[in-house]
Design a protein around this ligand. Structure first.
Ligand code: PMT
Length: 415
């Protein structure tokens, strides 16, 4: 007996080079004792033959909406009802666009529209197509429709480009489906406070000091924690991202404002994840009026004062809070991260290399996660997928940690 025993899996294959991987995917589903039926688009047939999929799945392959013989054997509505889950792998940009807009112009998209089965999409496309705002909007639509995305992965593509858009490996697709279908949310009832994005430190009414943080990593962590059942509070610096649905989001600008919001909410939190790139210093004075150019001098001196270290102050003020810091380093990643883990009294730290097109304002990232006596590498992948892995790791460590806490751990005396 396996986790997918008896599950009716309808595997949809659309026309991309990754279609060859669907043979292995079919084999893995069968190995899990799932019942597999395959539906291929006309373009998919250009990449892999229906005969291969028929041999592996043990069932005739469905390709045509108007195939009288196939309809007589198992009509498309019947097939849509038969499926417990539908997995589209590879899902091309075109098929994703059709699903996002409710089109039904081939057998696969018709089945999807006609089915109530849980839908999984494993995108596979060129990195520029993946980054195209139209695809981003389509993906957002799928997420709003509660469709589960599997990947994509980052790396070298068939066309030679490097970036996000590779289909996840078949084993990873199966693992993720099993994890999603069997897991009870690991952070159910847990309150998670997260900081994200940069801070802005005003020089005058129109100028400020800031950094390149986009907020993508912190927002992805907030979404991943929410998905695991957590009650999430997100304290966000100024970013160009949409406010996530069903997540309490507090918008702040400066480090001082972020500190106030975190201090207010830390009392009720179980876990604090500090992903924001907080400015370490701010101008000692903020001019009420625009600073004027002085014709006599060629230089302008600024005096900066140290901002509160939000993470360190919070972990010291709330010793029972499970604190996860980030370390953004250009060199000696592990050494500096270890130093921050100890000096800021953290339970865990996620270190990432930054600069030279890494970390800040990118769609993908890699992390080295450290805790007392242990570490784990999370290789380069999309920030979304990486956040799911990080949140999983955090929830496992938090589970152990909370059993060592005295009962009633929230700092009620401070309220
Ligand atoms: O936002 P993105 O474009 O997606 O980029 C993600 C990221 C690179 C910003 C993110 O992954 C990351 O590394 N965030 C932490 C950035 C940072 O400020 O690192 P640091 O090594 O300088 O700080 C160490 C830790 O202390 C961090 O958890 C930081 O949030 C916290 N800190 C730092 C200074 C300060 N005054 N207050 C803090 O709380």
């Amino acid at each position: 007996m396996t986790n997918l025993t008896g599950t009716n899996v309808l595997l949809g294959i659309s026309g991309g080079i990754a279609a060859y991987k669907s043979a292995e995917l079919t084999r893995l589903f069968i190995k899990q004792n799932a019942n597999v039926r395959v539906c291929m688009t006309q373009s998919a047939i250009e990449f892999i033959t229906p005969l291969t999929l028929q041999a592996l799945s043990g069932n005739p392959v469905h390709t045509d909406l108007f195939d009288v013989e196939a309809e007589a054997a198992m009509g498309h509505i019947e097939l849509a009802k038969w499926a417990d889950i539908i997995v589209v792998a590879p899902a091309t940009a075109n098929t994703i666009a059709k699903i996002a807009h409710g089109r039904a112009d081939n057998l696969l998209t018709t089945l999807i529209l006609a089915s109530k089965a849980k839908l999984y999409i494993a995108p596979a496309m060129n990195q520029a197509m993946w980054a195209n705002p139209q695809t981003t909007a389509n993906i957002k639509q799928l997420e709003q429709n509660k469709i589960s995305l599997l990947g994509p992965d980052a790396g070298e593509q068939a066309c030679g480009d490097i970036g996000l858009g590779r289909m996840l490996e078949p084993a990873e697709i199966v693992d993720q489906i099993i994890a999603e279908s069997t897991a009870t949310p690991s952070l159910q009832g847990v309150s998670v406070l997260i900081t994200a994005g940069p801070t802005r430190e005003a020089l005058d009414p129109v100028r400020y000091l800031t950094n390149r943080s986009s907020g993508k990593m912190g927002y992805a962590i907030a979404e991943a924690a929410k998905k695991q059942g957590a009650q999430v509070t997100l304290v966000s610096g100024p970013v160009h991202l949409d406010t996530p649905a069903n997540i309490e989001t507090i918008d702040v600008e400066s480090a001082q404002e972020m500190f106030s919001a975190v201090s207010k909410h830390a009392k009720q939190a179980d876990i604090f994840i500090a992903c924001a790139a907080v400015a370490d210093f701010s101008p000692a004075t903020t001019s009420n009026n625009k600073i004027k150019k002085n014709s006599d001098t060629e230089t302008l001196e600024l005096t900066l004062t140290k901002n509160p270290d939000i993470l360190a102050e919070t972990s010291h003020a709330h010793p029972n809070l499970f604190t996860v810091g980030f370390a953004a380093e250009t060199t000696d990643l592990e050494k500096y991260a270890k130093g921050k883990l100890i000096s800021k009294k953290l339970n865990m730290i996620a270190a990432n290399k930054v600069g030279k097109n890494q970390g800040f304002d990118k769609d993908d990232n890699a992390l080295l996660v450290l805790w007392e006596g242990g570490k784990c590498t999370l290789p380069l992948t999309s920030k979304k997928h990486l956040s799911q892995q990080l949140v999983q790791l955090i929830s496992e460590h938090f589970e152990i940690y909370k059993h060592h806490l005295p009962s009633n751990t929230h700092d009620e005396q401070d309220v």
